[in-house]
Design a protein around this ligand. Structure first.
Ligand code: NAD
Length: 485
């Protein structure tokens, strides 16, 4: 085993969990055992919540300008430790080193945004009547929880950590049990940056900890990122316990390609979107709808896909179960009459035979009723459907229960605007394959890709991580001079 057993992080210390149940953490790259992760119990969570609650008194009273100093230092530490963080990310998640570098760079951008929060959370004040002022302040909630998925071991935790903590909350992070190592490194960097003990805590585990978070009476808010199935469970359970909850779910993102799209640029974008991070991105292109004759572009997409080499510029998928699930989708589509133009099944990387790789896969002549057309595959696979009109393409996109992202490739501005208006998704791209809004714009989908109000990053996250205090004060001595008595 390359690393020691993963520990929880409570009150500024790494400590053993109370459990005797552990899961292996295996690198998807080569199948080597990296560590073991504890399946902690509600007792472990309770200890972390107690520490966070104690830290909240002082942290929430620390002026925000002072709180963000920690994140200025944390940003510098992310930069200094970029290589180590990126290597760890690739090792536990399987993505390429370049993709991991981009992930850490995004963590830096997220932290930069948090350092700007003092500029954004100034309250409002107005003299509403003679001598009477109304004033608003953003006030921290208390102990909050962040439950994260496996596909971005550093970035998704950093969607929530800097903003929630800079805004005065204390946090319990529940990493994905598949990739907990990056989160431990994040804890070390936060400590080095000067974050007081107890403000940030990690409780490792699986379902039991998630359920305990949803039920814990001292946790005020729960953010969740993961599959739609679990997002629904977490949203229902935590809101039924009167907590605020923002739960981001899965996705099935559609790219609409029109005949006037620039072929080379479109093909590169489509191939990069479907295969980046081995297709394990909630923003990955998963379905493409060719409107009219786009055969010349599909040909180029196949050429681009063939340039993507597993183990070189394509990482591994998370585990054998995922590899099997993705290959099953491809085989079923083939059996139902779709045509596999580029086939990523049965991929082996020389010297990494125990790695879990699926090659880039392009499936053409998919019909809207096939599972590859409607379900999240979460692998480097694009399912191509054909329509005659943009409205038919939009009808397919609109009928999908998810609504994270959609993109259109065209040179026609009017048509692009029409699709922006009609697509039923929270994030839309025009000639962009992965339309992730950069900071300070916020990230969040629609429909079954998100449950709860607001978005998880950017300005929108301020509303989620704080509550507004409204005060009305009267400073004039006279009685009865106005209606504010
Ligand atoms: P997942 O839903 O299996 O797991 C997410 C978290 O929930 C993990 O911490 C896990 O321990 C916990 N969990 C798993 N099953 C549970 C259960 N039955 N009850 C309670 N908790 C449970 O997701 P994943 O496989 O880690 O990540 C991939 C999914 O995340 C994909 O669907 C992807 O689209 C989605 N995702 C969405 C976004 C977004 O912004 N919408 C971003 C990243 C990933």
């Amino acid at each position: 085993m390359k690393y020691s057993i993963t520990q929880n992080y409570v009150n500024g210390q790494f400590i053993d969990s109370h459990t005797n149940k552990f899961l292996d953490i295996v690198s998807p790259i080569d199948g080597k055992l990296l560590s073991k992760v504890p399946l902690s119990s509600a007792v472990d969570l309770n200890n972390a919540v107690t520490a966070a609650k104690a830290a909240f008194t002082s942290w929430s009273k620390t002026p925000i300008k002072e709180r963000v100093q920690v994140f200025f230092r944390y940003k510098t530490l992310l930069e200094k430790n970029l290589k180590e963080l990126a290597e760890l990310c690739s090792e536990e998640n399987g993505k390429t080193y370049g993709e991991s570098v981009a992930e850490i760079e995004k963590c830096i951008e997220l932290t930069e945004f948090a350092t700007s929060l003092p500029q954004l959370v100034t309250g409002e004040v107005l003299e509403v009547s003679r001598g009477v002022e109304c004033r608003t302040e953003h006030v921290a909630l208390g102990v909050v929880a962040s439950i994260v998925p496996f596909n971005f071991p550093s970035m998704v935790p950093n969607w929530t950590i800097p903003n929630a903590i800079a805004l005065g909350n204390c946090m319990i992070l529940k990493p994905s049990e598949k990739v907990p190592l990056s989160c431990a490194k994040i804890a070390l960097l936060l400590k080095e940056a000067g974050l007081p003990d107890g403000v940030f805590n990690i409780v490792n585990g699986g379902i039991e900890i998630v359920e305990a978070i949803c039920d814990h009476p001292d946790i005020e808010a729960v953010s969740f990122v993961g599959s739609t199935k679990v997002a629904k469970i977490v949203y229902q359970r935590s809101t039924s316990n009167y907590k605020r909850c923002l739960a981001l779910g899965g996705a099935k993102n559609h790219l609409m390609v029109l005949p006037d799209a620039i072929p080379a640029m479109t093909a590169q974008n489509v191939a990069a979107s479907m295969s980046g991070c081995a297709g394990q991105r909630c923003m990955a292109a998963s379905a493409m709808i060719g409107v009219g004759n786009v055969d010349h572009i599909i040909e180029k997409i196949c050429d681009e896909a063939r340039k993507i080499i597993p183990g070189e510029n394509l990482g591994a998928v998370i585990n054998k179960e995922s590899q099997f699930r993705i290959e099953k989708y491809i085989t079923e589509a083939e059996q139902q009459g779709a045509k596999i133009l580029v086939d990523g099944r049965n991929t082996k990387v020389k010297g990494k035979e125990e790695g879990t790789y699926v090659g880039p896969t392009v499936i053409d002549f998919v019909t809207p009723d096939m599972a590859v057309a409607t379900e999240e595959i979460f692998g480097p696979v694009i399912s191509i459907m054909r329509t005659n009109t943009v409205d038919e393409a939009l009808a397919i996109e609109n009928s999908n229960p998810y609504g994270n992202a959609a993109s259109v490739f065209t040179q026609n501005g009017g048509m692009a605007r029409y699709i922006i208006d009609k697509a039923s998704a929270g994030m839309i791209g025009v000639n962009v394959g992965v339309p992730v809004p950069r900071e300070p714009f916020s990230f969040g989908g629609w429909n079954e890709s998100k449950f709860g109000v607001g978005d998880i990053t950017g300005k929108s996250s301020i509303e989620f991580w704080t509550q507004l205090k409204k005060s009305t004060t009267k400073w004039n001595a006279e009685a009865g001079v106005n209606w504010m008595s």
